[in-house]
Structures are given as structure tokens and as C-alpha cells.
Write a protein that binds this ligand. Structure first.
Ligand SMILES: Cc1cc2nc3c(=O)[nH]c(=O)nc-3n(C[C@H](O)[C@H](O)[C@H](O)COP(=O)(O)O)c2cc1C
Ligand code: SF4
Length: 452
């Protein structure tokens, strides 16, 4: 069992961002450079692009956008350059409820994000990067635009080539503001949106690395993933692998590095913390977040975005790493931004509220998601009001379990999020649901002559 000394705050991505929110101010270009910024880009462009991909692969940098797919491996899926355009798309949609981590970097250290983008563009030999930002992030879009202008003015991007022409690869970065739909965070819906179409996820394969934006090879990565490529190249793979934890599952992939963890809900100090992967949730709450609010007891938590499902009362010690899905019956670590619930929380209301979100955000292409999300909301509303029956509870689990990529009935993972959120809440807090429903009596007709 790790001790609390093993999980002290580790500012890697946040080395220029104080934990105290009152002390945070945006780090602009001059301050970024004065504190070592863009030195790693300089180092990167002195290397062969393939060497960088190998380093990121060796570091097992797992995607920070929710799925945990290794970034270096994804980059290596790109077909060999054929002289045509290739694109990088940076996912800053961050519309998953309870998730607020990418905005911390954009708000306060936008050049750290831009340096990661420049390194990834060079490693993958891409000429254009689209920075796709959540529609509601008005302030962050302004900050990013200003930082981007500074980067162009100082020759990081633009037609002279990266880093004032030190590399002949000329990279342009385009800020694309979303219209504000959760589904546009799904990587192929994001590509459709950038192309100016309705944000409808695409059927895969083909995968974006082969056929993405405008039909050309495209890599989509989360903001935090790209920002993490900078310290990996700066300090080396061995240094990175000392942070985080190995998998304890047979043949499991490790969870190396630090992670931004935005904690919300019933804790004393909600905030975004940077900690090593593997910190037990209890330690995160009790040590870093000042414990549960009003001295109440822990009841449940969503590991990282409502799509992941809930950890039950007896799962407070779950380590925040990528093994969590298989070990604690949740979908996964997701964005590692937990929402914490205290003992007074009505889990039926939580489930109903989450299902309302998924019903509103389903894009409607797949029948199980479009219709199923409506049925889940109807059933949960009825149960919450005390008008449901035990049969409704069974139906709830049956409908939820039939929706998603895993049962193989939908195009994208939004439906899996709905499925896991509802099933885990019902299964882990079933007595609360049972108290709210009445038994459904099945009439039994007995023949007048029975028993004679
Ligand atoms: C419904 C839905 C919403 C998503 N929203 C986001 C998001 O806001 N930000 C993000 O980075 N990834 C989001 N993802 C995951 C992306 O599809 C994709 O896996 C990710 O951007 C890849 O980047 P990474 O490998 O660096 O994590 C979402 C996925 C789904 C199914
Ligand atoms: S699963 Fe839902 S959100 Fe995803 S494509 Fe199908 S209908 Fe749209």
C-alpha cells in the first residue's frame, strides 16, 4: 500500500501554475522563455522525427482525454509521408461533466500547450494543427489566441519554419471554436465539426490516422497529452517512468507520469491538482482536498467524468490509475477528474440527472442511444418520484446494458458512458432504488376447480 509520502504534489505540467488559485496569472511568452520555455522544442527539432515518436512510445504516454490510448503508438500508425497534407487536431472540448483540467493549462500556461503542439507536429511531420476549443471557453479562447499571436510573432510557427526556421517544416496553428455540443469532443465528430459539418461521429475504421480531416492522415490528441510530451523529451523516458505506477494486472499497461486531477463535489478544497498516477482516491480527498465537506462520510465518486460510472462506498481506496476500470467495475479512469459524493447524496437523483445529460447530448444517429437514453430518463424520473416498479428497475438495467460500442450497437462511446453511469449506480446502490419502487404484482389466475 503506498504511503502518503509517495504521493506529494508533483508539479511537472503545472510547474509555472501555483496550486493556490488566488496566485495564478497567465504566463505569457517572455516569462515562458525566461523559465526555460521552448528549449525542448529546440532539442526536439535537432532530433529525427522518428526518434521523438520512439521516445513518446517508450514513455508509454497514455492519452489524457479519456481512453488512455498510448500517444506514441497512435503516432506510429500514420502512413509514410506522401507529400500531401497531414493534420494534428488538439482536443480541448472538455465538455465531460466534472472535468476541468485542460482549461488550467490554457488559462495559465498556454505556451506549454503550444510547445507540445509544435513538438507533436514536428514528430508526425504535420503542417497544420487545429486547436478545437469548447464553445463555452470564451476566456480560454482569447488567452490561447493571444499566446498564439505571440508564438507567431516570435517565429515559433509560420512560413519560415518551426523555431525561426531551425526546422524547414512550416507549421500553422488554427484556433477553431466549437459551437458547444458535448459530442464534438468525440474525435471523429470533432473532425466533422472542423470540416464545417454537423458533429456526427464517423464509423471506424478507417481510423483518423489513416483517413481523418479532409480525408487525410490526422492525429487527434488531448491538450494534456501533448503538454506532457514536453517534459518527457526534456527530462527523458527513464525520468518519466519513475513517476506513476506499474500495472498490477497480468500483462497490464503501466500508468506512468503525473496527471491533472480536477476534483469537484463534496470536498473542502475543490481544485485541479497535479499528482502521480496511482494515488488512492482516499488520499487525494483526505490529504490534498482537505477531506470531505462538513465532516461528512464518503459515499461514492465518479472516477473521471460521468461516463466512467461510479465507485461505491467500499471503493474509496481505489488507486487513480488506468487499471481502475478492470479492478473496480467502472469503465475506466477517464479524465481522472473525480466528482465526490457525501453520505447525504441521493443516488437515484444522481442517476436521473446524469441520464438527462446523455439524453440531451445524444447526436441521434444510433437508435439504441437516441431512444435508449430517452427511456432511461423516463424510467429514472418515474423511480425518483416513487411511481416506479421493480420491473422498471430490471428494464433500466436491460436498456442501459444494450447501449454502446461494447455491446456493439452504436457508432461511438457516448452510449457506453450512459450505459456505465446508470448500471454502476443502480448495481452499487441498489437498495436505494429498491426503497423507491413498489413490487410489481403479477396476477395469478387460479382455476375454480383447482385442487379438486
Ligand atoms: C462522447 C465523447 C466525448 C469526448 N470528449 C472528449 C473531450 O472533451 N476531450 C478529449 O480530449 N477527449 C474526448 N473524448 C475522447 C476522444 O474521442 C479521443 O479519444 C481523445 O481526444 C484522444 O486524445 P488522447 O489520446 O490524447 O486522449 C470524448 C469521447 C467521447 C466518446
Ligand atoms: S452513440 Fe449516440 S452520440 Fe454516438 S453516434 Fe450514436 S447516437 Fe450519436
Amino acid at each position: 500500500m503506498p504511503t502518503s509520502a509517495d504521493f506529494k504534489p508533483t508539479p511537472v505540467l503545472t510547474k509555472r501554475i501555483p496550486e493556490d488559485r488566488a496566485q495564478r496569472t497567465t504566463v505569457w511568452y517572455d516569462q515562458y522563455v525566461a523559465t526555460g520555455g521552448y528549449k525542448t522544442l529546440e532539442k526536439a527539432i535537432a532530433m529525427q522525427p522518428a526518434e521523438i515518436v520512439e521516445q513518446v512510445k517508450g514513455a508509454v504516454l497514455r492519452g489524457r482525454g479519456g481512453a488512455g490510448f498510448p500517444a506514441g503508438l497512435k503516432w506510429s500508425f500514420l502512413p509514410p509521408a506522401d507529400g500531401g497534407p497531414r493534420y494534428l487536431a488538439i482536443n480541448c472540448d472538455e465538455a465531460e461533466p466534472g472535468t476541468f483540467k485542460d482549461r488550467l493549462l490554457v488559462d495559465f500556461d498556454p505556451h506549454a500547450v503550444l510547445e507540445g503542439i509544435a513538438i507533436a507536429a514536428y514528430a508526425c511531420q504535420m503542417q497544420t494543427a487545429y486547436f478545437f476549443i469548447r464553445g463555452e471557453y470564451h476566456h480560454q479562447a482569447k488567452v490561447f489566441q493571444k499566446a498564439l499571436e505571440e508564438a507567431y510573432k516570435n517565429g515559433i510557427f509560420g512560413k519560415q519554419g518551426l523555431m525561426r526556421g531551425a526546422s524547414k517544416l512550416a507549421v500553422d496553428v488554427v484556433l477553431h471554436r466549437s459551437a458547444g455540443a458535448y459530442i464534438c469532443g468525440e474525435e471523429t465528430a470533432l473532425l466533422e465539426a472542423i470540416e464545417g459539418k454537423r458533429g456526427w461521429p464517423r464509423v471506424k475504421p478507417p481510423f483518423p490516422a489513416v483517413k481523418g480531416l479532409f480525408g487525410r492522415p490526422t492525429i487527434i490528441n488531448n491538450v494534456e497529452t501533448l503538454a506532457a510530451a514536453v517534459p518527457i523529451l526534456e527530462h527523458g523516458v527513464d525520468w518519466w517512468k519513475k513517476l506513476g505506477v506499474e500495472s498490477t494486472l497480468p500483462g497490464g499497461m503501466p500508468s506512468y507520469g503525473t496527471k491533472l486531477m480536477g476534483v469537484s463535489g463534496h470536498v473542502n478544497k475543490p481544485n485541479t491538482y497535479e499528482l502521480e498516477l496511482g494515488i488512492p482516491l482516499r488520499m487525494l480527498v483526505e490529504k490534498h482536498c482537505g477531506g470531505m465537506r462538513n465532516g461528512k462520510k464518503f459515499k461514492a465518486a465518479i472516477a473521471g467524468g460521468v461516463s466512467m460510472g461510479v465507485l461505491g462506498t467500499d471503493q474509496y481506496d481505489a488507486p487513480m490509475d488506468f487499471d481502475i476500470g478492470r479492478k473496480y467495475d467502472v469503465l475506466g479512469l477517464g479524465t481522472a477528474c473525480p466528482t465526490v459524493f457525501d453520505e447525504d447524496t441521493d443516488m437515484v437523483a444522481v442517476a436521473r440527472n446524469i441520464s438527462r445529460f446523455f439524453k440531451a447530448e445524444s447526436c441521434g444517429q444510433c437508435t439504441p442511444c437516441r431512444e435508449g437514453s430517452g427511456w432511461l430518463l423516463k424510467l429514472l424520473t418515474r423511480i425518483e418520484k416513487g411511481a416506479g416498479t421493480t420491473q422498471d428497475l430490471d428494464m433500466l438495467l436491460e436498456i442501459a446494458g444494450s447501449m454502446g460500442l461494447t455491446p456493439g450497437t452504436t457508432i461511438c462511446g457516448l452510449a457506453d458512458g450512459n450505459n456505465w453511469a446508470i448500471r454502476t449506480i443502480v448495481n452499487k446502490f441498489r437498495p436505494e432504488f429498491e426503497k423507491r419502487v413498489s413490487p410489481r404484482f403479477v396476477p395469478v389466475y387460479v382455476s375454480a376447480t383447482a385442487g379438486r
